[in-house]
Design a protein around this ligand. Structure first.
Ligand SMILES: C[S@@+](CC[C@H](N)C(=O)[O-])C[C@H]1O[C@@H](n2cnc3c(N)ncnc32)[C@H](O)[C@@H]1O
Length: 213
C-alpha cells in the first residue's frame, strides 16, 4: 500500500461502510489478502490476534481443539501455534484470505464459511472459539455471536474482540445481555478500551463468554 494505512484510509473506510454487503466484503478481502498482514500489523499496529490468543492460552490447554472464526490470513492461528496449539481449525468468507492462512501451515483444517450461519467441522465440540477483528464496523453484527457459542462445547469459551465504536451502536451490549439472561452464556471477562491499533487511538472490547449449554 503506497500511503501509510490508518483508520481514515479508503480501504478501511470502504470496509466500515459496507452495511452488511457480504459479497462486496468478500471481494475486498480477496483483493487485500496479499498485503493484509503488512498493512494491519506493521502500519496500523493491529494487536487483536495476540490479545485473543493470549486469553485462549490462559483458558484452555494447548492440545484443546480451537475454532478460529473469521480467521483471515491466519494471524490468530500463528499466535496460537507460537503458544503450542496444534488443533486449530479456521473459517473465513474470503478464499483469498484463506489461501494466505493455508500457506502458514498453522491450522489443522480451513474452510470457507459464513460465521453468521451454523459452522462446519465439529459443532458443539470446541474448547474455545476465537474471533479477532471480525466484529467491527461494516462487518458482522451481534447475531454472529450465536453460531460461535453453538460451536463451543458446554463449558467452552468464545474469546472475541468487538470494536469499541460498535459495541453499543450495533447492539452487541444488548445481545450479550440477552444471551446471559437466557442462561446461554456467562460473561467470564469483559475488558473495555483495550488498545487495538497501536499507531492510532482505536480500541476494542475484549470479551470472553462461557457456553452454558
Ligand atoms: C479484519 S479481518 C480479521 C482477520 C483475522 N481474524 C485477524 O485478526 O487478522 C476480518 C475477517 O473476517 C472475515 N469475515 C467477514 N465477515 C465474515 C463472515 N460473515 N463469515 C466469515 N468470515 C467473515 C473477512 O473475510 C476477514 O478475513
Amino acid at each position: 500500500m503506497a500511503e501509510r494505512l490508518n483508520v481514515h484510509h479508503p480501504i478501511l473506510q470502504r470496509m466500515y461502510h459496507l452495511d452488511g454487503d457480504v459479497e462486496e466484503r468478500t471481494h475486498i478481502y480477496d483483493d487485500w489478502a496479499g498485503a493484509y498482514d503488512e498493512d494491519t500489523v506493521e502500519h496500523l499496529g493491529y494487536v487483536g490476534p495476540p490479545l485473543v490468543a493470549a486469553l485462549v492460552a490462559e483458558l484452555v490447554p494447548a492440545a484443546a481443539p480451537v475454532l478460529d472464526a473469521g480467521c483471515g490470513t491466519g494471524l490468530v492461528g500463528a499466535e496460537l501455534a507460537a503458544r503450542g496449539f496444534t488443533a486449530v481449525d479456521g473459517v473465513d468468507l474470503s478464499e483469498g484470505m484463506l489461501k494466505v492462512a493455508r500457506s502458514k501451515g498453522v491450522y489443522r483444517r480451513l474452510e470457507r464459511a459464513d460465521i453468521t450461519r451454523p459452522l462446519p467441522f465439529d459443532p458443539g465440540g470446541y474448547a474455545a472459539v476465537s474471533c479477532a477483528g471480525t466484529f467491527t464496523a461494516g462487518h458482522v453484527g451481534p447475531e454472529g455471536i450465536d453460531p460461535l457459542v453453538a460451536a463451543a462445547r458446554r463449558g467452552g469459551y468464545v474469546v472475541m474482540t468487538v470494536l469499541t465504536q460498535v459495541w453499543e451502536d450495533m447492539g452487541f451490549a444488548a445481545h450479550v445481555a440477552g444471551l446471559t439472561r437466557e442462561g446461554a452464556v456467562t460473561v467470564v471477562e469483559d475488558r473495555p478500551d483495550q488498545t487495538y491499533h497501536t499507531s492510532e487511538p482505536v480500541t476494542c472490547r475484549l470479551l470472553v463468554l462461557r457456553a452454558e449449554r
